[in-house]
Design a protein around this ligand. Structure first.
Ligand code: GRF
Length: 205
């Protein structure tokens, strides 16, 4: 059983997609917690409806929040094997990344290494893709390192956006791809199929 924690900041449709795939007790992935920087996000509501523990994280000393340091100890104690960033909008502190090296993945709503980096999140990404006149976009799942959207790419799926007339249309097409790709990659981790070799990540058959 792969124990995962999902980090979120928004509505939580990717969290829901994960739960849709791994919602029965006879599968090999358990969503053991949902972490957010935002108290009232939709994703927290989804977590509560599914009886999944929620944690607010920040280094702000606000009493409602746990620090990254305490969170990393908690997740280590709970034997969390994979951290999945699904629309988490804060940069993960370097020390936290070091503790969970090779165990944090992120879904990005474009084909990296294009349209990534600081400030490239949410609709900013789709607007940049739209304005670039690119005919393909898609989703990328990658390892998280200390630099925005820079870790090794684990999986990508492209989508034809040549007929899209707005960034919103691109976002909708890409989101559908995200909802398929992210659970698929999590499943590959659970099956021990994800292998890193130098600068390549391979998923075994
Ligand atoms: C997704 O497009 C994700 O790739 C991006 O933020 C969005 C989050 O959507 N980083 P949701 O909260 O999963 O619905």
């Amino acid at each position: 059983m792969l124990k995962i924690v999902v980090f979120v900041s928004g509505r939580g449709s990717n969290l829901q997609a994960i739960l849709n795939v791994f919602n029965s007790s006879d599968n090999n992935v358990s969503v053991s917690g949902v972490v957010s920087n935002k108290k009232d996000c939709g994703a927290f509501k989804i977590a509560r409806e599914n009886n999944i523990p929620t944690y607010l994280v920040s280094n702000s000393n606000d009493e409602d929040f746990v620090s990254y340091n305490d969170l990393s100890q908690l997740l280590t104690k709970e034997n969390i094997q994979l951290i999945v960033l699904a629309g988490f909008l804060k940069k993960i502190p370097d020390e936290f990344v070091e503790v969970f090296e090779n165990r944090i993945i992120n879904i990005h709503p474009a084909l990296l290494p294009s349209f990534g980096g600081k400030g490239m999140y949410g609709m900013n990404v789709h607007e940049a893709v739209f304005n670039s006149s690119a005919m393909l976009s898609g989703a990328t799942v990658h390892f998280v390192n200390k630099i925005y959207d820079d870790g090794l790419i684990i999986a990508q799926e492209a989508v034809d956006i040549s007929e899209c007339n707005s960034p919103e249309e691109i976002a909708a097409k890409v989101l559908k791809v995200e909802h398929k790709l992210l659970p698929k990659v999590v499943s590959c981790f659970a099956e021990g199929k994800v292998n890193k070799n130098n600068r390549r990540v391979r998923i075994a058959n």
